[in-house]
Design a protein around this ligand. Structure first.
Ligand code: SGN
Ligand code: CA
Length: 531
């Protein structure tokens, strides 16, 4: 299903035909340029909606995010925004191509992108937009379709990271500073130097709050006196779930490392079952200059020593880990929130707020202790969902939307904003009709959504699975496990924390069959080749 651009004149469409700007049209294009909206896509890495106070989750109430909340107050907060494959590179490939993972090739973290696929950045660029990519690129190919870029190496580093740019001749150069602040600086530098007569599309992609959650020096003690609430499913024993939930390696209890993740550098050997050498923490710390390193030690050293002396065990140790994890994560988020504030202030002070659409999202969701976990990957809500807030100039403010949205929708949306026709093969839908209705779904909108996770074998050992959701019910099919393929079925309204698998229950027979039919339909129509 494709939407046609709304409220865009034929002149826009003509003037923005990819590749071939006819000279006769040039004048019309110039005249209209000032009317085409700018786009800023701010995307974090692993940001749980539970950690944005506008979403109202108990965790965030003690660690508010005023600037993200401002965006929500001035725009639309989307509560049913999802990804197709809850992992970084695949999610970024969805973002750039508007295609599902098996269509764009990037199924797993490490391999796959089909570089013959056209990226939305290329189409926007050909359509007359100035395009920029700042921060975490994390695609298995070079940035393409960008006039301007400053990107991290791989996952990026928190302190004094290396970046390569459109000017650095393919070389990564070390920069002084904290990753989140550097991303903000480069984003603002781009805004400063762009051609003010042309519209722009700027991707601001933070490394934060990706593992191992290293906060900025100024926030090392933030929330120290707060005790964050444990999620209600923290002690899930997985008795209501199948093999995948039991066999995963992403528990705070056994898989979160004491040294690398929880920063107890006084330990020499990693005591958990995770195989992370101490050097993983040390290499991050070694990037710091001596003064910063000393401040780090002054903040963590005394707390670590007190912890080690206390000899915590069992439940008390587990709760200590949860608190350390969540505090560091939320400290890292605090810098992201500052960054959002700086960008919004820049737009205000430069007369750009009225012609720039601002999108805030993450590459996927994250577990903040739900089911005892960190990381993502599963089709359960915390990782399947992603935060999404959109401020549209002149659009309705302070709305909450339940529209069924997926990350393959960004590319067609931005093309729609630019008045550039989306390629026929793009699977996503333009969100403009939803935005223009204040967050309501137009009548012809998806009723079902397809999900597919492929990354096994891999670090957190989550079984491959695909599934379908209709917002209320969810059917997940796990495959390739030792115990054979199996399905799970959840009633999200009655069981929002997904503790009870209802697959095989008689009273759900018809509903399960309905979702199974839709899942089969997706597999056939999208030519899915494994499941
Ligand atoms: C790293 C992390 C994993 C994480 C993946 C994917 N391990 O490999 O915990 O799941 O990234 O994250 S680490 O020991 O290297 O930190 S993603 O955001 O890129 O998908
Ligand atoms: Ca991620």
């Amino acid at each position: 299903m494709k939407q046609t651009p709304l409220a865009l004149s034929g002149a826009f469409l003509l003037a923005s035909l990819p590749g071939s700007l006819l000279s006769g049209e040039a004048n019309a294009q110039e005249k209209n340029e000032s009317k085409r909206l700018n786009i800023i896509h701010i995307m974090t890495d692993d940001h749980a909606f539970q950690a944005i106070s506008a979403y109202g989750h108990p965790l965030s109430q003690q660690a508010p995010t005023p600037n993200m909340d401002r965006l929500a107050r001035e725009g639309i907060r989307f509560d049913r925004a999802y990804v197709e494959n809850s992992l970084s590179t695949p999610s970024r490939a969805c973002l750039m191509t508007g295609l599902y993972s098996h269509q764009n090739g990037q199924r797993t973290l490490g391999r796959g992108i089909d570089t013959t696929k056209v990226f939305v950045s290329e189409l926007l660029q050909q359509g007359g937009y100035q395009t920029a990519m700042i921060g975490k690129w994390h695609m298995q190919c070079e940035p393409k379709g960008f006039d301007y870029f400053y990107v991290f190496r791989g996952q990026g580093e928190y302190y004094n990271p290396v970046l390569k740019s459109h000017l650095s001749d393919g070389k990564y150069l070390r920069e002084e500073g904290y990753a989140t602040n550097l991303v903000t600086k480069h984003a603002i530098d781009f805004l400063e130097q762009r051609d003010p007569d042309k519209p722009f599309c700027l991707y601001v992609h933070h490394k934060a709050p990706h593992r191992n959650w290293m906060p900025d020096i100024k926030y090392l003690d933030l929330y120290e006196d707060v005790t964050f609430p444990l999620p209600e499913t923290f002690h899930d024993d997985y008795s209501g779930k199948g093999e995948a939930a039991r066999e995963q390696l992403m528990t705070i209890d056994k898989d979160m490392t004491m040294i690398y993740d929880l920063k107890v550098e006084e330990l020499d050997e990693e005591p958990t079952r995770a195989r992370h050498p101490k050097s993983m923490l040390e290499s991050g710390l070694a990037r710091m200059d001596p003064e910063t390193r000393a401040k780090w030690e002054a903040a963590y050293g005394p707390k670590n020593r007190a912890f080690l002396e206390s000899g915590l065990e069992g439940e008390a140790l587990l709760e200590w880990k949860f608190q350390r994890y969540v505090k560091d994560y939320l400290r890292v988020i605090r810098s992201v929130d500052d960054s959002v504030g700086e960008i919004l202030d820049y737009l205000d002070s430069h007369g750009l707020a009225d012609n720039t659409i601002v999108v805030y999202t993450s590459d996927q969701g994250f577990y903040m202790g739900e089911h005892g976990w960190f990381d993502k990957r599963f089709m359960y809500e915390e990782s399947f969902r992603t935060p999404l807030i959109i401020r549209y100039p002149g659009g309705q403010a302070g709305k909450v939307s339940n529209a069924f949205i997926q990350n393959i929708d960004f590319a067609p949306t931005y093309l729609d904003v630019a008045g550039v026709n989306a390629p026929e093969e793009m699977s996503g839908l333009s969100l403009l009709p939803v935005i223009k209705k204040g967050g309501k779904e137009p009548c012809k909108w998806r009723k079902y959504m397809y999900y597919h996770y492929y990354d096994l074998p891999s670090e957190h050992n989550v079984l491959k699975h695909d599934g379908v959701s209709d917002k209320r019910y969810k059917l997940i099919h796990f495959y390739g496990g030792a115990e054979g393929d199996y399905s799970e079925f959840y009633d999200i309204r009655k069981d929002p924390t997904e503790m009870k698998n209802l697959y095989g229950e008689k009273r759900y027979k018809r509903r399960i069959a309905r979702l199974q039919k839709q899942l089969d339909k997706f597999r056939t129509e999208l030519a899915v080749d494994e499941y």
